[in-house]
Structure formats: C-alpha cells, structure tokens
Design a protein around this ligand. Structure first.
Ligand code: PLP
Length: 380
C-alpha cells in the first residue's frame, strides 16, 4: 500500500471549528461583565453549597423550564458527570448501562468510579429498547447514561417513542437516567423529539447540559438539572475539590444567554454546519455505501459500521499510511467488553472539515476498505 505524502486528514477530535465560536461577541461580554462587577469577578466565589452564578442559573432554568435551585453549574459538563458518578455510584459494585457505542470519556469516568459498565447496542433510532428490557430482567443498573440527540459517536437520535419507553422503564425498575445533551440544539433537519427530562418531569432523569457546542468550550460552563437535594450535594462535592466554576466565565455565559447571543450563535452554527453535514452524508453514501448507522440530521458525527476481516489496529495503521487519522472504534465501548471480530465501528466527525476535505477523507477510507474489507450496512 502507498505511503501518503499529502496533508493528514483527521477524523479524530470532536471539537467545534474555530469559526463557530463568537470570539468578538465574547470579548465584548467579558468587558461588560468587568465594567459591571469589577474585581469581585477575580475574588473567590461564595461557598456553602454554592450552586453557581444565580443569573446564569436563572437563564438555564428558563431554558429547561426548571427551578433554578435544581441546577448546579459545573466546570464543563464532564465535571457534572464526574460529580454525578460520585453521588450515584455508591454501592459495592455499581452497574451503569451505556449505549454501544458511547462517548468514550463518559465510559472512562464511570469505570474510574469502579462501575461495571455495560453497553446496549444502538439502532438507527437510538438505543435498542427491546434489548434493554431483556437486560433489565437480569439486572437493574444504578444508572443508565444516554446521549439522546445526534449521539457522540454514532450520530443517532433516540426516537420520541423510545424516549417514552425508556422513561417508563426507569420509573418501573427504579434506575436513574442521565441524559447528556450537548448537541441537542445543533439540528439541521427535522423537528426535535421532547427531552427525556421533559417527559419524566421528575428526578428519575437528570439532564446534563453544556455551552461548549453552542457558545464556547473554553468557557468550561456545563450544568446538571436534577432536584434540590442532588444539586446541593453536587455543589458540596465540587466545593471540596475546586470550590466552584470560574466566576468570570459564568457571568459571561449568563449575559450571552440573556442577550440572545447564544441563540444567534446557534443559528449561525446551524447555517455553517448544515452544508458540511449534507455533503458528508452524500460522500459516505456514494463511497462507502450503506454502512451509516443513521443519517444524523444534526450534531457533529456520522457513525459507520463495517464488516472487516482484519483487526482494528491493523486497519487504523493502514488508514494512517493513507493519510487518514481515525480513532479506534473500540474506544467508544466499555473496556471490559471485547468487540466482536469482523466488525468495526468508526466515528467520522464532519463539523471541522470542509466538504472537499471530508470527501477526500472518505475517499481515503474507501481505499483502505476496498483493499481488504467487505461493506455491510446495519440498516438493511
Ligand atoms: C456527549 C458529550 N458529553 C460531554 C462532552 C464534554 O462537554 P464539556 O465541554 O461541557 O465538558 C462532550 C464533548 O465532546 C460530548 O460529546
């Protein structure tokens, strides 16, 4: 096989393209916040179960139709996930169900907290609820973690029908659902199904949100919407480690929400990414056939499942020699699970590549595939 000499194309990190971050608008808000609050922005934040900037929680509460005292602000949503793991995974050998595939960092957090992490496969309309029902008859998890909208890494969205079934199962069997929704507003096509938190209207579902994909990941503003008791516990846990998220970042985020800058930016991001999504979908269809798990219609990722006759690392190495950087799909599964031989999952992020770059990347992928492998879609 040829050693590629051109630029490496990266189907690797899922970070926003820099042009999706409203740098000038953010700089204006930093100035305005400093004019309004002065040096208190550089003082320690309050302590004593401090849930975060009240103005920010008020804005988030409006967006989620929730009580501001049920919201705790965290340093990025990953921090919320880590605090929730501390709060919820307290038994001897806690069990967490995740989607297969799932967000790799989330799986690693649960594993670090000593949980047995087990995956339920995703279908084109989200987690296989029939499979979940079977698994629940054997063992009820402490927590079920889901990314219901434009899932990282598969791009799949959980259907409205399955959302209602999942909430009902959580009520019947008594487990907590963590829904992680960073991509929910990055929708290019169709209408959104209701959030799991909206359907449940109870503490059975905890919603984890983030401003990383709609405003700025560098602000590190995330949050959890739960109940008053859980919110205070998470605040106390965070106080024991880092007191609270950065005051300046929270105040800037609050202003951006209040002044409609987040809404404007979401509209801008959708306009920027829609053509990338549409071109990416067309390129995958044309060059690697029916291997897509679903047409995402939003978010950052297209997931593909391939039938292969070689091991994953060898495939990744061959792609690298073609000038294509891929993340091994097994990273998106629990560490304790062995992937079935002959099947390969790949995440193809389209948000940071131009249509031409994405198409060139898929072209290289199809070269790698056709050298050794047979394509097989899961949706036929
Ligand atoms: C599903 C999911 N959850 C959480 C995060 C991390 O978000 P934050 O920047 O708010 O920590 C990401 C980032 O890619 C993500 O894809």
């Amino acid at each position: 096989m040829s050693e590629h000499t051109g630029r490496v194309l990266r189907f690797s990190r899922g970070i926003p393209p820099i042009e999706a971050i409203p740098g000038d608008r953010l700089a204006e808000q930093v100035r305005a916040v400093l004019d309004e609050f002065g040096p208190t922005m550089f003082q320690y934040p309050p302590i004593g179960s401090y849930l975060g900037d009240p103005a920010l929680r008020e804005q988030l509460a409006k967006a989620h139709n929730a009580d501001p005292d049920h919201i705790v602000v965290t340093t990025g949503s990953l921090q919320a996930l880590d605090l929730l793991a501390t709060r919820l995974l307290t038994g001897d050998s806690p069990l967490v169900y995740v989607e297969g595939p799932t967000y790799d960092r989330a799986a690693r957090i649960f594993e670090r907290h000593g949980a047995r992490v087990s995956s339920i496969p995703v279908e084109s309309d989200g987690m296989d609820i029939g499979r979940l029902r079977d698994r629940l008859r054997d063992e009820v998890p402490d927590v079920l973690y889901t990314i219901p909208d434009f899932q990282n890494p598969s791009g799949v969205t959980l259907s409205g029908e399955k959302r209602r079934e999942l909430v009902e199962l959580a009520e019947v069997y008594g487990f907590t659902v963590l829904e992680d929704i960073p991509y929910r507003r990055i929708r290019f096509h169709g209408t959104p199904p209701p959030g799991l938190g909206e359907i449940a209207g109870s503490a059975r579902v905890i919603t984890i949100g983030s401003l990383s994909k709609v405003l700025s990941p560098g602000l590190r503003v995330g949050y959890a919407v739960s109940d008053g008791d859980t919110a205070r516990t998470l605040a106390t846990l965070s106080e024991g480690v880092y007191l609270s998220p950065v005051p300046l970042c929270q105040a800037v985020a609050a202003r951006c929400l209040r002044l409609g800058i987040v809404d404007e930016n979401v509209a801008r991001i959708v306009d920027l990414l829609r053509p990338r999504h549409d071109a990416a979908e067309a390129a995958v269809r044309a060059m690697i056939g029916d291997a897509m798990l679903a047409v995402p219609g939003g978010g950052y990722y297209i997931g593909v499942r391939l039938s292969v006759d070689e091991d994953e690392q060898s495939f990744i190495d061959r792609a690298s020699r073609e000038g294509l950087a891929l993340i091994p799909g097994s990273a998106f599964y629990p560490r304790a699970e062995r992937r079935p031989p002959g099947e390969l999952f790949l995440r193809l992020p389209f948000q940071s590549l131009t249509p031409d770059e994405f198409e060139a990347g898929v072209g290289r992928l199809s070269t790698v595939i056709s050298a050794r492998t047979r394509l097989e879609g899961v949706n036929r």
